[in-house]
Design a protein. Structure first.
Length: 271
């Protein structure tokens, strides 16, 4: 029995269908630079309703992976750095990756970013980091503070002037933002972690790559304490809880995140 036959028999979730379509038509062997099969054909092939399929396609369009042209059909967009980054994020979310895995990955990546930013950041890069930290310090509520937090870390990655590192960090910004929301909502972690931003920036300004790397390591690994018993839980489960219990907003995390990065003109190969 083929995979799609099994899917028709047991049903398929919207997330699974989105991932399947992405891998098949955008990044997989059937990748095309033109129009996708009609909604009728795809709905029949996967054994889902057209309404179900339209909701999945709407999600792919929000990610910039496809474009719907009224009266014509659905067209696949040529993959760019943004779509690639978000595909990585979607893949991680659907995997069994845990909070511990994310913190370990962030530590390795962001420590290197901090060290290289200390060597390469321009005066303009540093000025943008200072603006992000001022917004962080001035924020009076969780969401604006978290927006400034992710902007600062994104600007550090930008300061490396290494496009590969920027793409790598861009691919985990949403997951990192989830972590920040949790850490910033913990008064004890916030009290210890917030001042480390200034330690990181000071090391970058002083061109001290060793100190920058050390400060970033300490800052990232503080997040382990905020997760406590959730450290080995899957990221997708934790993220759903964060959105419900911590964020308490009508906006999605992606919308809040994109707004934060646009405020500081941080591309990180996301747009």
């Amino acid at each position: 029995m083929t995979l799609r036959a099994v899917q028709r028999r047991i049903g398929i979730t919207q997330d699974a269908l989105a991932q399947n379509l992405t891998e098949r038509f955008i990044f997989g062997d059937e990748a095309i630079a033109g129009m996708m099969p009609s909604a009728r054909i795809l709905a029949e092939e996967y054994g889902v309703s057209r309404l179900f399929l339209r909701e999945v396609l709407a999600g792919l369009q929000r990610q910039g992976l496809i474009e719907t042209v009224p009266g014509k059909g659905v067209y696949v967009r040529k993959p760019n750095m943004l779509s690639a980054a978000r595909n990585v994020h979607a893949t991680i979310r659907q995997s069994s990756a845990t909070a511990r895995d994310l913190i370990e990955a962030r530590g390795n990546l962001e420590e290197q970013c901090a060290a290289l930013a200390a060597q390469r950041a321009t005066a303009q890069d540093i000025e943008q980091m200072e603006l992000a930290l001022k917004a962080f310090d001035d924020a009076t509520s969780l969401v604006p503070r978290a927006q400034a937090d992710i902007a600062f870390h994104s600007l550090v990655a930008k300061g490396t002037h290494n496009p590969v590192l920027q793409i790598m960090f861009g691919s985990i910004t949403t997951l990192a933002f989830d972590t920040m929301l949790r850490s910033l909502s913990d008064p004890e972690i916030f009290k210890v972690g917030a001042p480390l931003h200034h330690t990181i920036l000071r090391a970058i300004k002083n061109r001290d790559d060793i100190a920058a790397k050390r400060a970033m390591s300490k800052h990232i690994h503080l997040a382990e304490k905020s997760y406590k018993s959730d450290l080995d839980r899957e990221l997708r489960e934790i993220a759903e809880r964060i959105v419900k219990d911590v964020l308490q907003s009508n906006l999605t995390i992606d919308e809040i995140l994109d707004s934060a990065l646009q405020n500081y003109e941080v591309e990180l190969k996301r747009k």
